[in-house]
Write a protein that binds this ligand. Structure first.
Ligand code: DGJ
Length: 738
């Protein structure tokens, strides 16, 4: 990448027109142009400050900034809309970058020096990031320099015109002769004008992930963060801003997502003049990153995108951008095998005989991939429960006397129903963790995250290995590759079941995440044919960082289909349904005893790219067993549309007892609607399900009432569904373009 480079410096401020459509720089007035979005900022030529001008629907010109009384207590920088705010020079708002210099001062003056435009997008070394070639993306790099501290910054903007998206990151280069410390690093920062805005975030906990929360952007700061060491269940590195009039399907929305798996911070700050600063980056409690002379710090990437098609339009842009320009796995665009996972069916009660029996039962149900979850390893400390064995990744010899190879061969000997394909085998690992009751911990107690002599606090009886250490990285790489070489393993579920607690230094977390990316980069490059699934007690690390390497993630440990509607639709705010793992588990549900029909459970689970079962087939009722073949057939039919189609949230479970979703196939020839009645009510009647994304003039046959209507009729009139007088009813409706 990097053809057609144009470099301009402050000394050459004569009009410069750059030959690319997506980025122009007229006298350092920078215009980033997408299909339906403009992003404008400029250099104040007197001071060298970067000033934000516009991020929104297309505009053609730079216009004078809003007038703010230029005197009083707050003047100078406080009244400017700043693009990369530093600290200490009359701007009292939170900065994007906060550097402590060798003499202890934290003032920075990062001012314009030069810029460069390239087509394509350079890789971010060691970090997950969006990618694309010259026809997908163009990049503007603006070099800033602080001549007092001899520190430079390179602020990078990559515009993906098709998705109305800008990927931003920056680096800080220490040109001086003493260490500097980065205390705060927001990968994305801009100042919006005085607009009335609402904020959507996601909030939750274990088994309660991705609940959509909306609030007004008021004066002062609103910060959403994770200090867990990971992106976490509590929150997610995602926020969206919108005027109060925006709906799910119409109006302006700005979405922001950090491509990062560690702790993060997302802040909106409305200042006295009404301007709204947006910051998204590392959590400053876990920053304090030292940069030595001659070295540089590279921030993670943040993606900001704009839609005029409501919250749903924003989500679809994220989905398509991430499927085409973030996720690198070859499986991203492939349909996924239907799997059966042993966890909820057998738990730790496993051995080779019971597992092979389970695989045999699975195959009769139409399963294509059998997944051996937790419990298969440990010799001195056999993993009979969650207090033992983590870290000792050798098969338990009592369960597998001849190792994994013959056991996996037994699984592969089953033939998938109605095919000649062997049943595939997948395995669970949790390589970043260790139980104190393990040989690994006894040999390497210093490999875990810890702080001085503070007690090492346990969660789920385990400690976190310090993946920032090269020796730990090597251990994980060699252990996981040894495992993958030991048998015919085609899928790995990579779990992670606790947060980071004691850190010897706040920046341990940053180093850990870089170490983790190094490990995963190595393993996914070496084993590209393995289908990798991320998991962190469910959705604790459902983030764009890991989606770069792994195509799918277990969405939540909560498999109750009703709760899952909220969780899955919340996750879909930013991440594509094709990247979600969703399974049918037993009823009544182990979490809440809710008794939901297998059809409803099936419909909820098949809205995800990786569909499967997580139950003991021996416990299926007669009705459930009889329903499975048609559920499998439906899941197979819908999977290509879930993988490559576009997703619409038609009605949200938190607002109506009749939530509904819709996928439209990539070629527009068919569409599938999932409609639900969660609670039967005598009155009122269910509202029509108004569809989206159809060609208004085309005619579509539907298999609900066997009618053929125009797209306009489905979208403006809607489908009326006759629901039974019962809770938890579901329908799957296919539309075929005529
Ligand atoms: C937590 C995961 O989310 C579950 O699916 C399961 O794999 C357990 N860990 C196993 O310990």
């Amino acid at each position: 990448m990097g053809v057609a480079r144009v470099v301009v410096s402050l000394a050459l401020l004569a009009a410069v027109s750059v030959g690319q459509d997506a980025i122009s720089a007229e006298s350092t007035n920078f215009t980033l142009t997408a299909d339906n979005m403009s992003y404008l900022f400029h250099v104040d030529t007197e001071s060298g400050e970067l000033i934000s001008d516009h991020f929104g629907s297309p505009v053609d010109d730079f216009t004078p900034a809003a007038f703010v009384l230029p005197w009083g207590w707050h003047d100078n920088l406080a009244n400017l809309r700043r693009e990369f705010p530093d600290i200490g020079r009359s701007d009292p708002r939170l900065p994007a970058i906060h550097i402590q210099h060798a003499d202890g001062n934290t003032v920075s003056a990062l001012l314009y020096q030069s810029h460069e435009v390239t087509q394509g997008k350079p890789v971010l070394p060691g970090l997950p990031a969006t990618y694309g070639n010259e026809s997908d993306v163009s990049t503007l790099a603006v070099r800033l320099y602080d001549n007092v501290s001899d520190v430079s910054a390179v602020l990078s903007y990559s515009i993906f015109p098709k998705y109305n998206a800008v990927a931003r990151s920056f680096s800080i280069i220490n040109n001086g002769s003493s260490d500097i410390v980065i205390n705060r690093a927001a990968s994305f920062s801009t100042d919006f004008p005085n607009l009335d805005l609402d904020l959507i975030e996601v909030q939750g906990d274990w088994s309660h992930e991705f609940n959509r929360v909306k609030r007004r952007v008021d004066y002062g700061e609103t910060t959403i963060r994770s200090t867990e060491g990971y992106s976490s269940h509590l929150s997610n590195p995602f926020i969206a801003l919108m005027p109060p009039s925006t709906t799910e399907s119409s109006g302006e929305v700005w979405g922001f997502n950090l491509v990062w798996t560690g702790s993060f911070e997302a802040t909106t700050e409305r200042f006295s003049n009404g301007f709204v600063r947006v910051l998204l980056g590392l959590n400053s409690l876990h920053t304090s990153i030292k940069v030595q002379p001659g070295e540089s710090f590279q921030s993670p990437e943040a993606v900001a995108l704009y839609s005029t098609e409501g919250v749903g339009g924003m989500s679809r842009s994220f989905h398509e951008l991430y499927k085409n320009h973030l996720s690198r796995s070859k499986f991203t665009h492939q349909t996924r095998p239907i799997l059966l996972n042993s966890w909820e069916g057998l738990g730790f009660e496993i051995n080779q005989t019971s597992l092979v029996r389970l695989a045999g039962e699975a195959v009769e149900l139409g399963i294509q991939l059998f997944v051996n979850d937790d419990g298969w390893f440990g010799e001195k400390y056999p993993r009979n429960n969650d207090s033992l064995g983590l870290g000792d990744w050798t098969p338990n010899p009592q369960y597998f006397p001849d190792g994994l190879r013959p056991y996996v061969a037994d699984v592969n000997n089953f033939t998938v129903l109605n095919s000649s394909e062997p049943l595939q085998f997948g395995i669970w690992v949790e390589p970043e963790m260790v139980n104190p009751n393990s040989t690994l911990y006894q040999e390497h107690p210093d490999w875990v995250l810890h702080a001085s002599t503070h007690a090492r606090s346990l969660t789920r009886n385990q400690l976190v290995l310090n993946v920032g250490l090269p020796e730990v990285q090597d251990f994980i790489i060699s252990t996981v590759s040894g495992l993958l070489d030991s048998a015919n393993i085609q899928y790995v579920k990579w779990d992670n079941n606790r947060a980071m607690h004691e850190l010897s230094h706040p920046s341990d977390e940053y180093k850990y995440i870089l170490g983790l990316y190094h490990v995963i980069e190595n393993l996914t490059t070496r084993y590209p044919d393995v289908l990798w699934e991320g998991c962190a007690s469910g959705g604790g690390r459902f983030d764009a960082g890991l989606l770069h390497y792994w195509p799918q993630h277990w969405t939540s440990d909560n498999t109750d289909a009703s709760d899952r509607l909220t969780i899955q639709l919340g996750t879909s705010l930013v991440y594509p349904p094709s990247a979600m793992g969703c399974h049918i588990s037993k009823a009544p549900n182990g979490f809440n005893q809710r008794n939901i029909s297998i059809e409803f459970r099936g419909h909820v689970a098949m809205m995800c790219g990786s569909f499967g079962l997580e139950l003991n087939p021996e416990e299926l009722t007669e009705h459930e067993a009889a329903a499975i073949p048609s559920i499998m057939a439906e899941a197979k039919r819908v999977n290509p549309v879930v993988i490559s189609g576009e997703f619409y949230r038609l009605a949200l479970p938190d607002y109506t007892p009749w939530p509904a979703t819709q996928f439209v196939s990539a070629d527009g020839s068919e569409s599938v609607v999932f409609a639900f009645q969660q609670k039967y009510t005598v009155k009122p009647a269910a509202p029509p399900v108004k569809l989206q994304g159809l060609d208004p003039k085309a005619r579509y046959f539907n298999d609900l009432d066997n009618g053929t209507y125009t797209g306009a009729t489905y979208m403006n009139g809607g489908l009326n569904i006759q629901w039974d007088r019962a809770d938890y009813q579901s329908k799957m409706i296919w539309l075929t373009k005529q």
